[in-house]
Structure formats: C-alpha cells, structure tokens
Design a protein around this ligand. Structure first.
Ligand code: SF4
Ligand code: SF4
Length: 181
C-alpha cells in the first residue's frame, strides 16, 4: 500500500487526505479554531499518535530515515508513553514550538494526529477553557503498540528509548517554565 497524500480539489480549496486508517480520526473546523486562536497549542502540543501518519507527514516513506535526524531537523521531541517513545513537537515558552499568534506554522499534513483529531467545540470559545476532545475511537493503547511494532521491526527500540532522554519535550524550557506545564 502506498502512503502518499491524495490532494482533492473541492471548490476553490485544495484539501488533503492521507491513506492510512488515521484519516478517519481527523476532525476539522478551521473557522472555530481561527476564532479560538489555538488554546490547545498554547497548552499541550499534540502527539504523532500514528506511525503511518508520522511517516507520511515528514515524507519518510520515500527515503531511508533515522529518528534522530527527523527530530533534530524539525524541532521534535519524544515523550515516553507506557514505555514507548512517541514523537511530538517540543514545548516552547508559548506552548507548542510551532505556535505563534498567527497560528500553527506547520502545514496541515505535517501536524501531529493528536492535533488533527482534536474535535473543536464551541464551548471552548464561550468558556475560554479547552473543551475540545479527542474522538473516543482513538485508541491510545493501539497507537502505542503500533509505534512499538515499528521500532521492533526496525530493531531500534533501545536506541529510540535512549534518544528520548536527549530529545525531551521540555528541553527548550527553563526550570520555572517546566514547572508551569
Ligand atoms: S482549543 Fe479547540 S477550538 Fe481552539 S484551536 Fe484547539 S481544537 Fe480549535
Ligand atoms: S503542531 Fe500546530 S496544531 Fe499542533 S499543537 Fe503545535 S501549533 Fe498547535
């Protein structure tokens, strides 16, 4: 199975669609999110929960790749979840390293599934608190086990676990900022 993005012309807007199962989890409401300005991004960056989506996002199916090189080149980090390192954007003083008042600097296909799958809710705008949530069908255990399988297939589990201490999500934050997140 190929894993390239399909670009679909819909009216004047060109939308994208990945071919992995992860696509069914994507929730979008650009108008609501623009109004909100990214409360989620200023709080916790989303994780690359699906290894297929991660590889599609960074165009890794087209070439050999090393996790360290991808993390380093793209300000990414690894968070250990149930013993499995999961890639995600690093934290920055403003929240996610990719967030600015103009919005997310990553094009949509490069954003983590944890961001793409967050279901925008009007209550977030009304209450000024994050009320958006990930869809219940998103199965974290399955996500972590898919990453584990990929690391095992490539024989890099121990190497990636060791990398996680160097590429800690909070590595760009000072001590006081770390305490706040
Ligand atoms: S907090 Fe919710 S409404 Fe705001 S940007 Fe994130 S997903 Fe969109
Ligand atoms: S990657 Fe983009 S959408 Fe996801 S938390 Fe960071 S700024 Fe927000």
């Amino acid at each position: 199975m190929g894993h390239r993005f399909i670009f679909i012309k819909k009216g004047v807007e060109v939308i994208w669609k990945g071919r992995g199962e992860w696509w069914d989890l994507v929730r979008e409401d650009p108008v609501l999110c623009a109004q909100c300005g990214g409360l989620c991004c200023q709080s916790h960056p989303g994780m690359y929960l699906d290894p297929i989506q991660f590889q599609e996002a960074w165009d890794l199916f087209s070439r050999p790749w090393e996790m360290e090189e991808v993390l380093l080149a793209n300000s990414l980090a690894l968070k250990i979840c149930m013993g499995v390192p999961i890639p995600m954007p690093s934290y920055a003083p403003q929240g996610c390293v990719f967030w600015s008042p103009e919005g997310c600097s990553l094009p949509k296909p490069k954003r983590p599934l944890g961001c793409l799958a967050l279901e925008p809710k009007i209550e977030t705008i009304i209450e000024g608190e994050i009320r958006c949530s990930l869809p219940p069908e998103l199965n974290y255990l399955q996500c972590f086990s898919r990453w584990k399988e990929l690391y095992k297939e490539r024989g890099i589990m121990e190497d990636v676990v060791a990398l996680a201490s160097l590429f800690h999500p909070y590595r760009f934050l000072g001590d006081q900022q770390r305490e706040r997140v």
